[in-house]
Design a protein around this ligand. Sequence first.
Ligand SMILES: [Zn+2]
Length: 259
Amino acid sequence: MTGGQPTDGVVLRVTAVGESDLVVSLFTRELGRVSAIARGARSSRRRFGGALGVLVHSELVLARRSRGAELWNLERATAITDHAALAADPVVLGHASYGLELVRELTPAEVPDPAVLDLIVALWGALAAGPSPSLLRAFELALCELLGSGVALDRCAACGRGDDLDAGAVFDPGRGGTVCRTCAPTSRGLGVRPLPATVRHYLCAAAAASIATAAAVVVADDDRVQARDLMLAFVGHLVGKPLRSVAFVAQVHAGLRSP
Ligand SMILES: [Zn+2]
């Protein structure tokens, strides 16, 4: 078959179908998030090589099966860069899985956004140096910004003012982030919590950092935990259901702490 669409992308999720096929959820440069059937991917390892593994950035050729069909045919996949070695560290694997789950849950189908693909690949590159909470915060903040749901950090999500956020501010996931002390009394939804100035400044620094430099953004332990919890509340509000990779990371940490 000819005439497929060449692009590059990553696998977000793989589902076995029948004896020999896989359905892969992909995030691609030219087509955005698509689902495709990879015929023979289970029965013949040679067909796609390692290109459909987790944490592999691949060249892809996709063809639409029929007009209006949701499922594409994956005709070819060739690995460009293989980051699978990251999976040897369960915490790193958890962080990478979390990034993929966010992209899977938050991106609309078939809306191209090359910057999202670049962000995923940059996250994998940075994770090679080890897991980093600041890196995850920078990824979450950048992804939300790209998808039009940016977190308000240097202005009030309600009134827009940016000059009175260091005392009495709250974080309101449902309203889009920081809410100043004047507007705070009208923030009463689930997940609203105090936002200490140090936590807000830390998130501003993580948002300003590139993915490659974010791990160097330092934070006190207590602020780190608060920043994590409020960002999880923010993305949880966007996704609208519990994230599986968050439970996985928590289990890994619990396992590491046990004797
Ligand atoms: Zn306000």
